[in-house]
Ligand binder design. Structure first.
Ligand code: ATP
Ligand code: MG
Length: 233
């Protein structure tokens, strides 16, 4: 079986799985492959350590969000290097995750306007909206017209029912791990036909690839997902 991931010129993806299912490990693996292909990416993480192993890759830069500082997002948008953005422990303690998300929304707006090609990994994407029926304006814009603007979002979430369906249905591909919450499995079935059956086939850390336009399905087995850099999740 072919286990390679293809990266089209333009895409919008969702990576979904319950907590501990292997989302961030997989996202790091995608980032490593994009790095090999010389494509720029930005990871917006909500955890200080999770993706830190990626800075072992020579060209990857690290930006720490600290309390009381302002950032030149245009400079960030114009950078050529892949970039990992993380909060410090102090920022999370003092300002909280919602304040971090406000920073990230501003960066996404600027990236959108800058129109430089980039893949943006958005960890904990369900945090970006106050309510699943009211998608966040920035995320919705990315999902709807992002393809013209060369910004390729990868939304990552563990709370599938809190992630706006309108954004999910605008995605070109979904990567999903084994799900163990029955109500969620039913919900996922409304987007991925036969998910109940497919879910039974999935082993730990395996990921199901679903191509929205064609309905094509493929399982990437866990053994094929091999990281070069260390994962701290
Ligand atoms: N393909 C794999 N092979 C071996 N170990 C894996 C694989 N995928 C993930 N793991 C391990 O499983 C654990 C959880 O993975 P990960 O941090 O990616 O989960 P997650 O879905 O991002 O969880 P959370 O929702 O809490 O962020 C980690 O210790 C990771 O090293
Ligand atoms: Mg994670």
């Amino acid at each position: 079986m072919d286990t390679a991931v293809t990266f089209p010129e333009q895409f919008r993806w969702l990576v979904a799985g319950i907590t501990g299912s292997g989302k961030s490990y997989f996202v790091g693996w995608l980032a490593e492959q994009l790095y090999e292909q010389d494509r720029k990416w930005i990871i917006l993480d909500t955890d200080p350590k999770n993706h830190i192993g990626l800075i072992a890759l020579r060209r990857v830069k690290l930006l720490k969000i600290k309390p009381g500082l302002t950032y030149d997002w245009w400079k960030v948008a114009e950078m050529e290097n892949p970039l990992l953005v993380i909060p410090t422990e102090g920022f999370l303690r003092r300002n909280g995750v919602s304040s971090l998300i406000e920073h990230y929304k501003t960066l996404l707006d600027v990236l959108f306007a800058a129109r430089n090609p980039v893949v943006v990994f958005i960890e904990e994407a369900h945090y970006y909206q106050k309510h699943p029926y009211v998608p966040d304006k920035t995320l919705e814009l990315l999902a709807r017209v992002g393809r013209k603007y060369r910004i390729n979002p990868v939304y990552i979430t563990q709370r599938i029912q809190d992630f706006p369906k309108i954004i999910w249905s605008n995605c070109s591909r979904t990567y999903i791990f084994k799900w163990t919450i029955p109500q969620d499995v039913k919900y996922i079935r409304s987007m991925i036909p036969d998910f109940e059956h497919l879910n039974r086939e999935l082993q730990r850390y395996d990921v199901l690839e679903f191509e929205h336009a064609s309905g094509e399905i493929r399982i990437i087995p866990s053994w094929a997902i091999r990281r070069r850099t260390r994962h701290y999740g």
